[in-house]
Structure formats: C-alpha cells, structure tokens
Design a protein around this ligand. Structure first.
Ligand code: HEM
Length: 156
C-alpha cells in the first residue's frame, strides 16, 4: 500500500481521465440509439449505426470502464495506505454513496451493451423517446458521484 500511497495523485489523475472517457461514451451511445430507431432494418444507415455503436463500446467504453474501476480500486488501496491501513473510511456516507452509484452506473453500461446487441439483431423494442429521456439519468448520477468524491459531503 505504501507504493500506491506514494502515487496517489498520479492514480487520481488517471482515474479521472478514465472516468471522463467512460462518461462520454455513456452519454453519447444513447444519442446514437435515438437516431438508430429511425433507420430501416438492413439500410445503409442501419449498418452505419451498428458499426458506430459497436466500435464506441468496444474501443472506448469497455476499456474506459475497466480503467476507471482499476484506478478507483487502486485509489482505495492508496487512500487506506495514507490512513495507516485503516479501511473504516470506506464506510463514510460519501464513499458508500459513491460506491453504490458507480455500481448503478456500471449496471447502466451493461444495459446499453445488451441494447447494442438488440439493435444489431434488429430486435430493439424501445422507442426514440425512451432513449432521449433515459439519457438524463446517468448525467445526474455522475453529478452526485463527482460531488460526493470532491466535497466528501463536507467531511474533509
Ligand atoms: C468505477 C468505480 C470507481 C471507484 C472504485 C472509485 C473510487 C475512487 C476513490 C477511492 C477515489 C479517491 C477518493 C479520495 O481519496 O478522496 C476517487 C476519486 C475520484 N473519483 Fe472515483 N471511483 C469510481 C468511479 C468514479 C466515477 C464513475 C466518477 C465520476 C462520474 C468518479 C469521480 C471521481 C473524482 C472526480 C475523484 C477525485 C476526487 C478528488 O480528489 O477531489 N469516480 N474515486
């Protein structure tokens, strides 16, 4: 843990970079779904959207989510190292809130990924309005996560 503690700021920077890339994908992919609902099955527009969606997931979102988790977990180790091996900070309200919400965010990522397979198979049943409305939720969750991490609910 001392090695991690010694690289706390580097890990925090890498964590935030990964989070930015992951959030960009989580906010952009449903926008593609909004317009993909208008494309006729098998049309050029349909195949173009399929390619864009699968590349966004495979090349950006999955690696970014993995990196956000990896550096987040290493930060847990670093932070515990800085507190002399005391893990009890993980039970502070801000960190518990954050951990619950990042699990929710990862679940949303999984839902978007299974929806991509439905679009590719031509079996998406959700409407343009559903994809337009559902896009606001993750952004609100991201706001709460960032404020939890930066203000620590004023317990810093
Ligand atoms: C994926 C699982 C995640 C884990 C395990 C995790 C864990 C952590 C930990 C342990 C810290 C250091 C906290 C401290 O020492 O003060 C941190 C910092 C941070 N996290 Fe995460 N995090 C995750 C995802 C996210 C997400 C999804 C966001 C944004 C939407 C986010 C935003 C931040 C920010 C902005 C900081 C820096 C806070 C500061 O230093 O002021 N994290 N994260």
């Amino acid at each position: 843990m001392t090695f991690l503690a010694g690289h706390y700021d580097l890990l925090r920077g890498l964590h935030i970079i990964a989070v930015i890339a992951w959030m960009a994908g989580l906010l952009y992919l449903p926008r593609l779904y909004v317009y993909h609902t208008r494309a006729a099955r098998g049309s050029e527009l349909d195949t173009t959207f399929q390619e864009m969606e699968s590349k966004l997931l495979r090349i950006i979102m999955v690696p970014a989510m993995a990196a956000a988790w990896l550096f987040g977990l290493l930060l847990i180790g670093a932070n515990t190292g800085l507190r002399g091996g005391d893990w009890s900070w993980l039970l502070q309200p801000w960190m518990l809130t954050k951990l619950v919400l990042v699990v929710v965010m990862s679940g949303w990522h999984g839902f978007l990924s299974s929806s991509q397979k439905q679009f590719a198979a031509g079996t998406n049943k959700r409407s343009e309005k559903f994809w337009r409305m559902s896009n606001e939720g993750p952004f609100i969750v991201a706001i709460v996560i960032v404020l939890a991490a930066t203000t620590q609910f004023l317990s810093r």
